[in-house]
Write a protein of this length. Structure first.
Length: 176
């Protein structure tokens, strides 16, 4: 991943239009003091497990990675608490109301094609469904519950972090 990545196209200050200076992981304007850092975009993801021990996966309806399986979740809105973002994203994508249970893991990844990929910080919680009927919505074409021995192969998963999270979940289930 490039050191500045998301800021690669930034040439001029958005406040005063002067040229920007580059340093590792940031750009700044010597004229007005504006500085912005290239941070990973935070996401909230639900590892929803039902009473039968199956995990919920969503088939992506849009690019990037259209047609591949993904854990439900998405980008946090500015200032949004991660657990509120988790509840919102699961409601938008699945129609389900969930209750986060425990923090499961943090992973990093990339979202998008190689040209416009965004670095992500993926925060994953286990969660249980408390209301609603699972219906694909928003950017999801299909929802399916998978038993631990029925999980899609890594090449059927949308993002590398999906494989990391599901592998850790699988190991936990096998040692439970």
């Amino acid at each position: 991943m490039p050191a500045v990545g998301v800021l690669d196209g930034w040439r001029f200050c958005p406040r005063c239009a002067r040229g920007l200076e580059r340093a590792r992981g940031r750009v700044s304007c010597g004229a007005c003091g504006f500085t912005v850092y290239a941070n990973s975009a935070p996401t909230a993801t639900g590892l929803c497990v039902d009473d039968d021990g199956r995990v919920l996966l969503a088939r992506r309806a849009q690019d990037p990675q259209r047609g591949l399986w993904d854990l439900p979740g998405g980008f946090l809105e500015e200032g949004e608490h991660p657990l509120d973002g988790l509840r919102r994203e699961l409601r938008e994508e699945t129609g389900l109301e969930v209750e986060p249970l425990e923090f499961f893991c943090a992973t990093t990844d990339r979202y998008g094609d190689s040209e416009g990929a965004v670095a992500t910080l993926n925060l994953t919680w286990t969660a249980r469904v408390v209301a609603g009927d699972a219906q694909p919505a928003d950017d999801v074409s299909e929802l399916r519950w998978f038993a631990v021995d029925e999980l899609p192969s890594d090449d059927e998963l949308a993002f590398e972090n999906n494989a990391v999270v599901l592998s850790a979940w699988r190991r936990r289930q096998e040692h439970a």
